[in-house]
Design a protein. Structure first.
Lengths: 495, 493
């Protein structure tokens, strides 16, 4: 199949999946087999595009010309390839996990759930494949709207409040700032196409570049830069597989992906470096990293702690983009994949613990390792990856980011990265350690292994193994991403 | 042969069909006949637009009397565009009417409904097609009088005071317009717009012209419900029968915007309106305040039809905002928003009609859980609502894109930011309904409801589908709007 056709197929398949689940709504088994099959097919199609992109091919497709010069069009480049692989790959695991979780919890509205899930994957792939900022914006909004029913899933007052915050923050930032930035870019540059080296160079004064960067960075509410991070903790009310979708598969990744893409292809690394406006963004990202980690320390609710951990980790990627050098950009982009695998494991574990024991607070989880050894061990592996210790994938992205900070002579940010790792240890490690070594609470029936259903445990083991596998494939990812920074010169020293 | 007479046929067909409805009288026969007449009218509008696109401005002399003396019909890109969407919406809404009327309008009044509906359509089309000022006033009155009647057909008792309120306000507006036209006639001795425009250049700056301009702008603003002259609109829309609300909301105020465009750009000319007179300095703040005030009020309505009516007041603000930029991009935005908003609001009110039919209520509390009972109707509502917010892929986005761009072109930052912020207000009032409809346990009325009949769903979805289609492919809508904007700014009438 020609790569150009594959792109169309990759976009169409999730939509077909949504329709299929809708039609099969009355027959749960068939519906879920359909979801998995479509997920697998989507992933295979995306994978089939990889060789051509590695060879320097840029498959493309074009849908509509909405306004003169402004089209909904797609073009696959390395960064999008990475995001598409992460999103479509983790969709399968998340679907597996959803089946276990939703059935064990006996949730209502499951058909709506699977349909919205498929549409949000469509949105994520659209973001990944977008050829211009306009298309990206369109799919960014598709993603926002299609995840809303997932966050509001329970329909209780609490869920509705959380979902309202979710929607309000994401839509007000994207309409208030991002759209403004897009129209402004359009009126300055006369184009919105993602172009190597950027489209703003030589067309805008320094203050304008700074203002635009601010609008893009804060307008991408999904990147959860403080103070626009409130939606992420608010979205905790959703079922756990949805949290996985938000934190790992699609939503926040679409946010940081957008920031990275804008920095590389709209501003251009040279422009950011020469004008020095990236520094302002670095400070925002640095502050978010530290503050969110400290907030995470104070949370006893496991999902809340993980949510703040995500806020902090996302700013690593923004920091990488703001550094605007080869190390920073590659490290940041790589962190999209690394963090996705680490964080999805952690969320799957949190959900599995909830399904098996109905526990949500960390203080209640003492001794959990005795009854749920697999889950707790996977949690340990995920934590190590998020912290950035070998032999976990997260090691490499932090390594690159640190190199990037050093290369840019930003010693402060090198320090922030190190302090953040310590904070990560402080808020993540107690959970598996107490799980294995503390005595379980007296009142709990302690004997025997009582894990969550198989459909929950297998996916979380898979993603935990994925964290280890990524440690050995970091070089491949770096090679894939090299064209982002214009060739091979600056990258080396990876296994 | 027939091509030559298209302009007059455009008016004659609905005008003759109206009294025929009264003669036919039999309810079913009349509705069928009215639907046919509406679609024929629409077909004529399509042919006319085609003619305008290929050959340029089409003129027609009534009774063979040459232009400045006799009445002239004059169809340029702008008029053809307005004719097309007014007659299109007229036809779609009429096709929807039979089933909706059955529950809202007594059988012995239906032939009257059809007759007045056609008269109203005639009036609106006439305004768009004529090149003669007095003729414009006559058509204005035809459409206004028939719309008062249509509103009064509403089932609730409040429909009568609402219609009366509209009658009073509408008549004040029409009187202002008439005084304005009278003064202009005094100054120039002609009623033909093109002729008047050329003579006005000689009479530039004379106080009578200034006064005429003042009367006309106030009168037209009243008619198009520009804030703060909008008070008649919410009641009228809330208490009229669903069909009537959908039709008027989609067409009547838009045609008033057309009158404003005609007077400002074709008769007075851009120099007079924006340099001699500070029209932009008046329109822009009013438009922006109107957008914010009306959207905020909409948030607090529990009657959803009324909420949409306030939203209409806000949307008029966007059109006027576009006009007040007086630039190609701004005007394109304003004109295309006339069309876009007609599709969105028409579709939304048709969906409301389905809800009225099945639920017997438009209160937000009764709409709890309706999303599952009437999935197609509510899906249409949501898409229309997303359009009001201005989400990409809907027509609302296209309008906002042009408006923001126009603001940026002039370096009016605050305006661009305000336009974007106003979208968030729309988000709030639209989302209230979405939340209630999809995530609440069904109300008593909702659990008894079932999906609306196809004869109503199809017209609803035609309009809602159009909001998506023209959100993706804008060469037809924005293309024509741009052409019209160029024509208006070029100074030629």
């Amino acid at each position: 199949m020609r790569p150009d056709t594959s792109i169309q197929l990759a976009l169409a398949l999730p939509l077909v999946g949504a329709a299929l689940t809708g039609i099969l709504g009355k027959r749960p088994n068939l519906r879920e087999v359909g979801t998995l099959a479509i997920g697998l097919a989507t992933f295979l199609v995306v994978v089939s595009l990889l060789p051509s992109v590695l060879e320097g091919g840029r498959p493309s497709a074009r849908w509509f010309e909405v306004l003169p010069g402004l089209a909904i069009a797609f073009r696959l480049e390395p960064l999008g390839m990475l995001f598409a692989l992460v999103a479509s790959g983790l969709w399968i695991v998340t679907s597996l996990y959803s089946i276990g979780y939703m059935r064990a919890r006996d949730e209502d509205h499951q058909t709506r759930y699977y349909m919205a899930f498929a549409v949000s994957i469509f949105g994520a792939l659209g973001v990944a494949l977008a050829q211009n900022m306009f298309t990206l914006f369109v799919f960014y909004e598709v993603l926002t709207l299609s995840t809303y029913p997932l966050v509001a899933h329970h329909g209780t007052d609490k869920a509705m409040r959380g979902a309202r915050t979710y929607l309000a923050v994401l839509l007000s930032t994207s309409i208030g700032f991002l759209l403004l930035a897009v129209v402004w870019t359009w009126s300055i540059a006369g184009t919105l196409d993602f172009t190597d080296g950027g489209i703003l160079a030589g067309k805008a004064e320094e203050p304008v570049v700074l203002a635009l960067l601010g609008l893009y960075a804060f307008g991408t509410g999904k990147a959860a830069l403080m103070p626009f991070h409130r939606w992420l903790p608010a979205a905790m009310v959703a079922p756990t597989p949805v949290s996985a979708l938000l934190h790992a598969v699609a939503v926040v990744k679409a946010g940081v992906f957008t920031v990275m893409k804008v920095v590389v292809y709209i501003f251009g690394l040279d422009l950011l470096r020469d004008t020095g406006v990236g520094v302002a963004l670095m400070y925002v990202a640095g502050a978010t990293i530290i503050i969110a980690s400290i907030v995470a320390l104070t949370k006893d609710n496991l999902k809340a702690r993980l949510a703040y951990s995500t806020v902090s980790q996302l700013s690593y990627i923004v920091l990488g983009a703001a550094l605007a050098n080869s190390w920073g950009v590659i490290g940041g982009s790589m962190h999209i994949a690394m963090h996705a695998f680490g964080k999805i494991t952690l969320f799957f574990c949190a959900g599995a613990i909830y399904v098996a024991t109905h526990k949500t607070e960390i203080s209640d989880m003492r001794g959990i390792g005795r009854t749920m050894p697999f889950t707790t061990f996977a949690f340990l592996l995920g934590s190590l990856s998020v912290i950035g210790l070998p032999p976990m994938g997260g090691t490499w992205s932090k390594w690159y980011l640190a190199l990037g900070a050093a290369d840019a002579h930003q010693v402060l940010f090198l320090g922030i990265l190190m302090v953040s790792s310590l904070l990560n240890i402080a808020y993540l490690m107690p959970i598996p350690i107490r799980g294995f070594f503390s005595a379980p609470p007296v009142d709990s029936p302690s004997s025997g292994i009582r894990e969550a259903p198989l459909f929950c445990v297998v996916p979380l083991c898979l993603t935990a193994v994925g964290c280890i596998v990524l440690f050995f494939f970091a070089g491949e990812i770096a090679r894939l991403l090299e064209p982002l920074v214009g060739g091979t010169a600056a990258v080396g020293g990876v296994p | 042969m027939i091509e030559q007479h298209l302009p007059i046929l455009q008016i004659i067909v609905p005008l003759i069909a109206a009294p025929l409805c009264v003669l036919l009288r039999h309810a079913k026969l009349v509705t069928g006949f009215a639907i046919l007449a509406c679609w024929v009218t629409f077909g004529l509008a399509v042919l006319l637009l085609d003619q305008v696109v290929t050959t340029g401005v089409v003129t027609y002399e009534l009774g063979g009397w040459a232009a400045p003396w006799g009445i002239e019909y004059r169809v340029d890109a702008l008029s053809a565009f307005v004719l097309l969407f007014v007659s299109g919406i007229g036809a779609i809404v009429m096709s929807y009417a039979p089933r909706s009327m059955a529950s809202e309008i007594a059988e012995h009044r239906r032939y009257l409904f059809c007759a007045t509906y056609l008269l109203c359509l005639t009036g609106l089309l006439g305004i768009a097609i004529t090149g003669d000022l007095f003729n414009l006033f006559v058509f204005l009155e035809i459409s206004a009088l028939s719309s008062y009647t249509l509103i009064a057909l509403g089932g609730k008792r409040q429909a009568l005071p609402a219609a009366f309120q509209y009658l009073v306000m509408g008549t004040i507006g029409a009187t202002f317009i008439l005084i304005g036209i009278g003064l202009m006639y005094m100054m120039t001795g002609t009623l033909n717009m093109a002729d008047m425009a050329s003579r006005l250049e000689l009479a530039d700056g004379v106080r009578t012209t200034l006064v005429a301009f003042g009367f006309l702008s106030v009168g037209i603003s009243l008619k198009m419900a520009l804030f703060p002259l909008h008070l008649w609109l919410p009641n009228a829309y809330a208490f009229a029968p669903s069909v009537v609300t959908a039709f008027l909301a989609a067409t009547a105020t838009k045609v008033s915007v057309y009158i404003l465009l005609r007077f400002v750009f074709s008769v007075f000319g851009i120099g007079f309106a924006f340099e001699t007179m500070p029209l932009d300095a008046i329109l822009m703040p009013l438009a922006l305040i109107g957008i914010f005030v009306a959207s905020t009020v909409a948030i607090f309505q529990s009657d959803i039809k009324r909420m949409l009516a306030y939203s209409s007041v806000a949307q008029i603000g966007y059109m006027v905002l576009g006009i007040s930029f007086a630039s190609i991009t701004g005007l394109t935005g304003g004109i295309v928003h006339m069309f876009n908003h007609a599709l969105m609001k028409g579709g939304l009110f048709l969906a409301m009609g389905c809800i009225v039919l099945r639920l017997g209520s438009v209160e937000i509390d009764d709409m709890r859980g309706i999303g599952r009972r009437m999935p197609f109707t509510m899906a249409a509502w949501v898409v229309g609502g997303l359009g009001l917010i201005g989400v990409p892929v809907t027509v609302g986005f296209i309008s906002k894109w042009y408006l923001i761009q126009a603001a940026l072109e002039r370096n009016w930052w605050p305006v661009a930011v305000l336009v974007l912020m106003s979208s968030l207000l729309a988000l709030v009032y639209v989302w209230r309904v979405v939340e209630v409809a999809y995530f609440k346990e069904p109300s008593e009325r909702a659990s008894a409801a079932s999906e609306a009949p196809l004869s109503m769903l199809i017209p609803t979805w035609v309009l809602i589908g159009a909001t998506l289609f023209f959100g993706l492919s804008t060469s037809a809508s924005a293309g024509v709007a741009r052409r019209a904007a160029g024509l208006l700014l070029g100074g030629s009438p």
